[in-house]
Design a protein around this ligand. Structure first.
Ligand code: ADP
Ligand code: MG
Length: 453
């Protein structure tokens, strides 16, 4: 937890000590080593956890002070936040002379900003709209940009800054480090990350995980009985939605098929799948039209499914960090979570490392086989071949289904709208009705192709 464990200059360390930062906060300890390795990062931690210094120390320690060019850009949702961030950066920047941090935000006159920019700066902190204005007028140049930070990325998305952010990025070099900081972690953050980051690593602070109420159980299971053991876990604990982690893509495919044969509604998710297939799977899992997701770590990275009731490590994870990451997906926001881990004779030694006071190591024979158990999700997903590009909104779809198709509002679940497609969760019993009616009818006076996933 000590800053001195990082590869920071003596001057940086002395100044941190001087400003009273004795040790790293949890998010700083998680994020800083990766930032210093030049990784793209999505960092999530609650408000007041020291996120500013996490990226601030990172970008300042990389700065080449002698090169008087904009090397870092921090985008914030509001002027107040930009001011706050700039202030903190200036405090941390005191380890060196003459580091210039400039704020560019809306709601203040353009002229003085222009004047300041002409004098040059190392770091720009600003709001997307105003930064873009300076870029378009060719006053601000990002050719030498090394690090881009989106602070409070969730709020910027909420405030509809997405297009401006994308446009700002079109002025930045593609070879850069991109850091995304956020207090919450909605699906949109994942989407944004995919479009602007490369191989981004997600970090979340332990203090979020500590709040999770997770019951952890471990079972020794041999390969021959593994599928049945998994079904026994499901039938005895009856989760509503589960992620089953496998260590290989092949195993994901095979296991999901075996589960389907046993009337457990499972879908595979892994990195060899096409992007649109992955998206179909994720939508179905998040709108409750698939109960079990069989996934590799990479594919499930950053996936934020609220109220996930169970995580199963079908294979023992390769590291304890992976374990923590996997099980941290359940038991969110105070809800009870269940985490099950299978190991076998061969990796028994590794499994033993997990032993502690709270983890339960149990004999798998305790879980009886319950005949005829099925997992059938509440909803089925209907795809409409029309989306944002067709100006389709959730209200239009809801209107068409409840109006012309005659469905009750309660029969309709989550609606996800993408550029060219919309996904609607429809209660099982109503799916045929919804499909036939939508095929015949129109939405917003237009005909769209419709099919069931
Ligand atoms: P966040 O962006 O996560 O909401 P801030 O970056 O605004 O939080 O930090 C909250 C407060 O914690 C600030 O006043 C900051 O100066 C202080 N702080 C940050 N890092 C440390 C540290 N390592 N030790 C002590 N105080 C810190
Ligand atoms: Mg902050």
């Amino acid at each position: 937890m000590s800053f001195s464990s990082l590869d920071l200059s003596k001057e940086m360390l002395e100044n941190l000590d001087f400003i009273g930062y004795e040790s790293m906060t949890p998010i700083q300890a998680e994020a800083l080593p990766l930032i210093l390795q030049n990784k793209d990062l999505i960092a999530q931690a609650k408000t007041g956890s020291g996120k500013t210094a996490a990226f601030g120390i990172g970008l300042l320690s990389k700065l080449d002070v002698k090169k008087f060019r904009v090397q870092s850009l921090v985008l914030c949702p509001t002027r107040e936040l930009a001011d706050q961030v700039a202030k903190e950066l200036r405090t941390i920047a005191k380890f060196a002379h003459n580091i210039k941090v400039l704020t560019l935000t809306g709601g203040v006159a353009f002229g003085p900003q222009l004047g300041s920019l002409k004098h040059g700066a190392h770091i720009i902190v600003g709001t997307p709209g105003r930064v873009l204005k300076h870029l378009k007028k060719d006053i601000l140049n990002l050719e030498n940009l090394e690090t881009l930070v989106l602070d409070e990325a969730d709020r910027m998305l909420d405030m509809g800054f997405i297009e401006e952010i994308q446009e700002v990025l079109s002025f930045a070099p593609t070879k850069r480090q991109t850091l995304l900081f956020s207090a919450t972690y909605p699906d949109e953050i994942m989407k944004l990350s995919k479009s602007i980051q490369q191989d981004a690593v997600s970090v979340k602070t332990k203090d979020i995980e500590v709040l999770n109420k997770i019951t952890e159980r471990f079972y020794e299971v041999e390969d021959a009985t593994k599928v049945q053991a998994l079904i026994n876990v499901l039938s005895n604990f009856e989760p509503t939605n589960v992620i089953v982690f496998c260590n290989t893509k092949l195993e994901c495919d095979e296991l999901s098929k075996k589960l389907q044969d046993k009337k457990i509604d499972a879908l595979a998710l892994h990195g060899d799948m096409e992007q649109y297939d992955r998206n179909d799977v994720l939508v179905q899992f998040s709108n409750n039209s698939a109960s079990v997701l069989v996934a590799t770590d990479v594919a499930a990275r950053g996936l934020d499914i609220k109220e996930l009731s169970m995580v199963i490590n079908y294979d023992l994870p390769h590291s304890t960090e992976t374990y923590t990451h996997r099980i941290g997906r359940t038991g969110r926001a105070g809800a009870e979570g269940l985490a099950f881990t299978f190991y076998n004779e061969r990796n028994y030694e590794y499994a033993k490392e997990y032993e502690n006071d709270t983890r339960i190591f149990e004999d798998i024979s305790k879980l009886k086989t319950i005949e005829g158990y099925k997992m059938i999700p509440e909803f089925v997903t209907l795809v409409i071949e029309g989306g944002k590009k067709d100006k389709l909104r959730a209200g239009d779809i809801l209107g068409a289904l409840t109006g012309e198709a005659g469905l009750k509002g309660t029969a309709i679940g989550k609606i996800d709208i993408y550029d060219k497609q919309a996904y609607v969760a429809i209660q099982n019993a109503e799916i045929d009705k919804a499909e036939t009616r939508l095929k015949k009818g129109k939405i917003k006076n237009k005909k769209f192709s419709v099919w069931v996933l």
